[in-house]
Design a protein around this ligand. Structure first.
Ligand code: 5AD
Ligand code: SF4
Length: 484
């Protein structure tokens, strides 16, 4: 078994496009492509790859970059793991369930590898940034061929080449976040809407969260690089961008010439041809009034704010290391509602954090009732090895966590339904994303508030903004008629 370099240090510094790194990447993509051409000539078909992506939009975006590299290296794509010659798992470590799924899938692939010894398995993403996971895979899943982390994604072609030419297990994980590598290409899944990373990593160390350990410290991209990327996307037909970061409100602090997130939003709003701008995720402790004013003033900024509360109890928030109280949070919402009356809110809620009492749960329900979220992602607390909360006393039993979760979800769903009902007979602007099902004249799109709208049309308005009158609101989507 070969280990190229585990826990290799890389200096933490800002950097834009590095021609050397990209050149090396190009060279290895060529080398693998030549190997694959030979393989294809022998087998009469190209090798087939599947990327299975778990977790957040950051991972989705990383998978798009892998997708580009794989296409350049001569792979055909499939959605079916059982058809693939190369299976890549881009993993998530935020909750235990996603990790369990990966281990389950690895077990199944072990059987497949017996009848298909050529099958290659690669695992990347946040799980691999945890040393105990790498040890576990090296020890108990020896049929895996390649492991790499989140900071060295751009080195994938070189690592894959090494694996193919040595046929040994290749492992490369960097424990310190590196530079921001600019100029990497990606195969966007859906051109109309695109995710754009504006920063990487997180400095917050919420006590339950593994992300600061797997994605490293906060690094912001230069505003000009972000603007250039969005302009390029718009020139290829993109109408909506979502600016991505673990904590977008602290964007720009680490730059040589610091820029605030509100300033960046105003710059992005100036891009001609772009229709809509969204962003996530905002941390309540860092959101400034200027961000709310930017949403109020900028025509392209959608009236939608994803502001994770996690829980409504001030004492539990303190144990979570969140740096705001229930009252602070509600004040931000009040301000946002005042400045942007048609703002829709969404949030992340965590149930069952260690020591959570029924009073804490009631505080969370109070916040849900006061804010009235359009939608909320509700999570059951999952113990993550290496985080401070994993060692806290009074872990809540699984069954009790589920009981509380159901209680909270009832409020979330009721309010979602009520908000949908308020749309009845209203006319809303919809960015049409395409047909909701093949061979039908049913189309689907999103409002500025991120509500899904379905409507029938004989004409294809995909990529355009249309006006739709809502006739039949459902809890999680709105049905209507096009009025143009
Ligand atoms: N258990 C459950 N949910 C978690 N999240 C982060 N860490 C954990 C954990 N250990 C949730 C938070 C965060 C979202 C992306 O995932 O709510 O906002
Ligand atoms: Fe995790 Fe907190 Fe950072 Fe969000 S802000 S990624 S929850 S540590």
């Amino acid at each position: 078994m070969e280990t190229i370099d585990i826990n290799k240090k890389s200096k933490q510094r800002q950097k834009t496009l590095d021609p050397m790194k990209l050149e090396v990447q190009e060279q290895y993509m060529d080398k693998v492509r030549k190997i694959n051409e030979k393989w294809a000539a022998e087998k009469g078909r190209k090798p087939v790859v599947v990327i299975v992506t778990f977790g957040c939009q950051m991972n989705e975006h990383d998978s798009e970059e892998l997708d580009y590299m794989l296409e350049r290296m001569g792979y055909d794509k499939t959605e079916d793991v059982n058809e693939a010659d190369l299976v890549i798992y881009n993993t998530c470590a935020v909750r235990e369930n996603a990790e369990k799924k990966v281990y389950g899938n690895l077990g199944q692939l072990k059987f497949r590898k017996r009848s298909h010894p050529d099958l290659k398995i690669a695992i990347c993403g946040c799980m691999i940034q945890q040393p105990h996971v790498v040890e576990e895979i090296k020890k108990h899943h020896k049929h895996v061929n390649l492991l790499f982390g989140t900071h060295n994604l751009y080195r994938f072609p070189e690592l894959l080449h090494k694996q193919i030419t040595t046929d040994e297990m290749v492992v490369e994980v960097w424990d310190v976040d590196g530079e921001v590598i600019e100029g990497l290409h990606s195969n966007r899944k859906f051109n109309l809407k695109a995710f754009v990373n504006i920063m990487y990593g997180c400095n917050n160390f919420c006590t339950y969260c593994i992300v600061p350990y797997t994605r490293g410290r906060e690094r912001s991209r230069e505003p000009q690089d972000i603007i250039d990327e969005i302009k390029e996307l718009v020139s290829r037909g993109t109408k909506e961008v979502t600016l991505l970061g673990q904590n977008v409100n602290s964007y720009g602090k680490t730059l040589d010439n610091p820029v605030t997130f509100a300033e960046l939003l105003r710059m992005v709003n100036e891009i001609e041809g772009l229709e809509r701008v969204r962003f996530m995720t905002s941390h309540p402790k860092d959101i400034s009034d200027e961000v709310i004013y930017a949403i109020r003033d900028c025509d392209k900024l959608c009236e939608f704010l994803h502001l994770p509360v996690q829980c409504g109890s001030t004492s539990l928030l303190k144990k979570m290391n969140r740096h705001y109280s229930k009252e602070d949070y509600l004040k931000i919402i009040e301000k946002a509602k005042k400045e942007v009356p048609d703002m829709a809110f969404s949030t992340d809620i965590m149930i069952g954090f260690p020591g959570e009492t029924m009073e804490d749960v009631q505080d969370t329900i109070d916040v849900i009732e006061a804010v009235r979220y359009d939608s909320a992602f509700t999570f059951i607390y999952s113990k993550r090895e290496g985080t401070p909360a994993a060692k806290m006393e009074n872990q809540i039993p699984e069954e009790e966590k589920h009981r509380r979760f159901d209680m909270v979800l009832e409020h979330v769903n009721r309010i979602s339904g009520e908000i949908s009902e308020e749309y009845r007979d209203k006319v809303v602007e919809v960015l049409v994303e395409g047909k909701s099902a093949k061979d039908s004249n049913r189309y689907t799109g999103k409002t500025r508030q991120n509500k899904t709208v379905n409507f029938d049309s004989d004409e294809d308005f995909t990529g355009q903004l249309v006006m739709v009158k809502i006739t039949d609101p459902k809890s999680f989507s709105l049905n209507g008629e096009i009025v143009r």
